[in-house]
Design a protein. Structure first.
Length: 412
């Protein structure tokens, strides 16, 4: 059986499987001839026989009460066999609803689900543990904002692990993700302090910062310390996450400070705001991602919940997002520009518009005009906010669906 470490880094579930080739389907040991056959020699093709020890993992059943999907795992370890694959290009769709039952015919298993929200492969990823119903069934409820999500379910337990992917559309919001962070600098190598590399990961942030600088300090029990700069190597496609690294030599230098407990101090500046994360190794080491240590930040990392605006509603018209609100008043300014549609999002001069509820007809008419090949120019009253003009964050209901640096709030 293969054992996986379950740790969410950049909202992603790791799923690698190191199985010898003899465990794969249809594997045969083809001999390599040392001499070429003569022209008159006839080589009979050797019939390939499946590995008799191979046994595919059972299907994962996903049900919304009316529709049930039997999904074959695209990556799994089951009994003595492991196989790796890739998620389907067009995952099956379970439809619309706010509760699913995940069933798998093995007892003692736990399940997690990761929801991806956003255009294409980009977007925010949020992972939640599934609540067990009984020994073989788990309940999946909405994750993140209401809307369409790509769901990846990862299960593991006695006998192996499985991963399946499908599409699910929810009508209610799930709990907002909580910002989290870990770092790995030092490690225990046969009782000696060592380092396998330096990594710092932050995820479930309210937004992805445009500018990042960071420094790590390792402080030994005797007070000696080693500080070094961290480099941002984040995936530009991931929303609300950062991945910082440093050369392994920095970790090896820190390992020479001494023994006992080590305090990590990670100072991160994001868009001009300073945050300091601390953790103690090996005291706080998380066995699920050892030698990683969770970090506690002061001030706390900004969460989606802190920047969300419940008054904003999101809906789709002809597969294009429309955002609306019903404010008591407005700034009385005008935003003028050409309307465009990109990846299912409507922009006016590069900004996402939150339409007044009384102006939804104008929004739908604009979408129809753009889809017909026109380039309508709009003037919308209201007021706006922009990251380029000093705003520290934008409403998550918008940025989780439509990447933007500016939002215009319309009035009637």
């Amino acid at each position: 059986m293969r054992i996986r470490a379950s740790i969410l880094i950049l909202g992603l579930i790791a799923a690698s499987c190191a199985a010898p080739s003899s465990d794969r389907v249809g594997n045969t040991d083809q001999p390599s001839p040392t001499t070429s056959p003569s022209p008159t020699t006839t080589i009979e093709p050797r019939e390939q026989e499946p590995n008799p020890s191979f046994e595919p993992a059972p299907a994962v059943l996903v049900s919304n009460g009316d529709v049930e999907l039997a999904l074959d795992p695209w990556t799994a370890c089951w009994t003595v066999s492991c196989y790796d694959g890739a998620p389907p290009d067009e995952p099956r769709d379970i439809g619309v609803g706010d509760e699913l039952i995940i069933e798998f015919p093995a007892e003692g298993w736990t399940f997690q689900a990761t929801a991806r929200t956003g255009p294409g492969d980009c977007g925010r990823r949020q992972t939640e543990d599934l609540a067990p119903i009984d020994s073989t069934r788990h309940r999946l409820t909405p994750i993140g904002p209401a809307g369409q999500h790509i769901i990846e379910v990862f299960g593991h337990g006695p006998g192996g692990d499985v991963i399946v992917t499908f599409v699910w559309t929810t009508t209610t919001d799930g709990p907002p993700p909580v910002p989290m962070a870990t770092t790995s600098i030092l490690a225990d190598h046969d009782g000696l302090v060592d380092s396998y590399g330096v990594e710092v990961s932050l995820w479930n942030l309210a937004h992805t910062p445009d500018e990042v600088s960071a420094e790590a300090t390792v402080i030994a029990a005797d007070g000696s310390s080693h500080s070094f700069r961290l480099t941002d190597r984040s995936d530009a496609c991931s929303v609300g996450s950062l991945y910082l690294t440093a050369a392994i030599d920095e970790g090896l230098t820190a390992a020479q400070l001494g023994g006992g407990k080590f305090t990590y101090e990670i100072e991160v500046t994001m868009d001009g705001l300073n945050f300091t994360g601390t953790g103690i190794w090996p005291t706080d080491e998380d066995p699920e991602c050892a030698p990683c240590v969770p970090l506690t930040f002061d001030p706390p990392l900004e969460s989606l919940e802190a920047v969300s605006s419940p008054a904003i509603e999101a809906r789709k018209f002809d597969d294009v997002w429309i955002f609306s609100h019903s404010p008591d008043g407005g700034d009385g300014a005008l935003h003028t520009g050409v309307a465009t549609i990109n990846n299912g999002c409507l922009y006016v001069d590069g900004a996402v518009v939150v339409w007044h509820v009384d102006s939804i007809d104008q929004a739908t008419a604009t979408i129809e005009a753009v889809q017909a090949g026109q380039q309508p120019t709009l003037s919308i009253g209201g007021g706006g906010t922009s990251l380029e003009e000093g705003a520290t964050s934008l409403p998550a209901e918008i940025t989780d669906r439509c990447p933007t640096s500016a939002v215009w709030f319309g009035t009637p």
